[in-house]
Design a protein around this ligand. Structure first.
Ligand SMILES: Nc1ncnc2c1ncn2[C@@H]1O[C@H](COP(=O)(O)OP(=O)(O)OP(=O)(O)O)[C@@H](O)[C@H]1O
Length: 283
């Protein structure tokens, strides 16, 4: 079984504070979790809570200050074959000069999953089919000739190309038209099931996290303040910050609901204990 184990991750940045003095900003504060095959874990938090920093460390685009990210049981191949990213903006992550086919052929070749030209073409068509795109029609197009949803599907196909076991999807639908967001999330859910993927779904949106994830981790100022099965975290949020997120999420049942806590508590939440629904007690 392939698992990705994130243990005690810390990331500090040196930033300019008052009077241009450099101070330390802790973007990720002792975060731990494990991704397992066939499960989606949502990392939920508002802007600046540290979600993308965790993603960048897992993608090895940045080094942690301390802590580890370990891929277990993946067998042969490199970490990067098995751990792939899907970013928020497919336009930025696709090269405007290259065709859809080129985007997929490159990782296939690089990771030894296709050798000859014919094999590559066949694999590209298979990948496009997996993400519900017509290969005949789209393989020779460039990113600007696709819709936003099609571009994100190409980005997902590219993540699958090296034979990924773990996918980190950082706000994968937040730049897409509302009408197609669910399609793309459902596609990810189907692929996860069919390929037994472990997915980290990073979002600020608790409603889609509930729909799409098995487990939810709530990140606040770099710390996991609450974690557990998705339904439990959303239906019975314990931490004031999760309550605030739940109240703000577009759940039709929640409309008109008033806060039953003082949002000012959230300011003090950094010192509140993290809640773990699996243990059903504050930790
Ligand atoms: N390279 C950097 N240098 C200094 N500070 C940084 C850097 N990258 C991120 N930060 C800071 O770290 C904190 C966490 O940022 P991060 O991008 O991980 O948050 P996020 O939850 O992903 O937010 P968003 O949803 O807006 O992307 C923020 O306070 C941010 O300003």
């Amino acid at each position: 079984m392939t698992t990705l184990e994130v243990a005690d991750l810390v990331k500090d940045y040196r930033v300019r504070g008052d009077g241009m003095r450099r101070t330390r900003l802790r973007a990720v504060d002792h975060v731990s979790f494990t991704l397992t095959p066939g499960r989606t874990t949502a990392l939920v938090g508002e802007s600046g809570s540290g979600k993308s920093t965790v993603a960048r460390i897992i993608a090895r685009l940045e080094r942690p200050t301390s802590g580890t990210v370990v891929l277990n049981g993946a067998g042969s191949g490199d970490y990067r074959d098995h751990v792939q990213m899907v970013f928020q903006d497919p336009f930025a992550s696709l090269n405007p000069f290259h065709t859809v086919e080129h985007h997929l052929a490159r990782p296939l070749r690089l990771h030894g999953r296709a050798r000859t030209r014919a094999e590559t073409r066949q694999e590209v068509a298979r990948l496009l089919e997996r993400v519900n795109l017509p290969a005949e029609e789209l393989a020779q197009r460039r990113p600007h000739e696709l819709s936003g949803g099609q571009r994100q599907r190409v980005a997902i196909a590219r993540a699958l190309a090296p034979g990924a076991k773990v996918i980190v999807a950082d706000e994968p639908v937040s730049m897409l038209d509302v009408s197609i967001r669910l399609d793309v999330l459902n596609l990810l859910a189907r692929l996860q099931e069919e390929e037994d993927l472990a997915i980290l779904y990073i979002t600020h949106d608790l409603a889609t996290a509930r729909h799409f994830a098995d487990d939810i981790l709530v990140l606040y100022r770099g710390r996991v303040v609450e974690r557990g099965p998705a339904d439990e975290v959303i239906l019975d949020p314990r931490h004031p910050y999760t309550k605030l997120l739940a109240a703000a999420s577009p759940d039709p049942d929640a409309r008109g609901r008033t806060f039953d806590f003082d949002p000012a508590d959230v300011v003090a939440a950094g010192s509140a204990p993290p809640y773990d629904h699996r243990e059903d007690t504050p930790r």
